[in-house]
Design a protein around this ligand. Sequence first.
Ligand code: ADP
Length: 162
Amino acid sequence: MRIAVYPGSFDPVTKGHLNIIERAAKLFDKLIVCVMINHEKKPLFTRLEREDQLRRVTAHLSNVEIDSYDDLLAKYAQEHQCCTIIKGLRAGSDFEKEFQMAMINRKLNPNLESLFLTAEHQFMYLSSSTVKELAYYGAELEDFLPREIIDEFMNRIRNKEA
Ligand code: ADP
């Protein structure tokens, strides 16, 4: 069984993430979407909230599982028999950082490949932080966030502002 892991903050999951998930799920027997905990960042949503949002927006994908982890990704991959790390590449910003991460992960676990999927053109500049910024200015979010999570996202933004 070929298992891949797609790691990220997913704070919150965007349509760009979902597009990568849907495409990667077709390439593997199982895809684990893993919320990676970054203790240096103060997230908008808790680990469990992000897991729950991911479960809801991927409910139509039978070979996708959701998990979370707060240690090295290479270690997670080994523990869960993952052969491949999936990454999404957007315009400009991602390449250098992702290239470095791929080198490190391969050094830590030589059997682990990193597979880069290019962002779909309409999501090329989309990030969770852009969506947060758009929300502060009251922009429509249908094009950027899965509809299942728009209300709770807006509520969280409003509570944070209050
Ligand atoms: P961000 O907070 O910048 O959106 P994440 O840590 O949640 O980033 O991203 C997880 C992974 O998804 C990374 O590999 C990132 O490059 C990728 N990704 C994020 N947004 C998009 C997008 N719009 N299209 C394609 N890949 C994306």
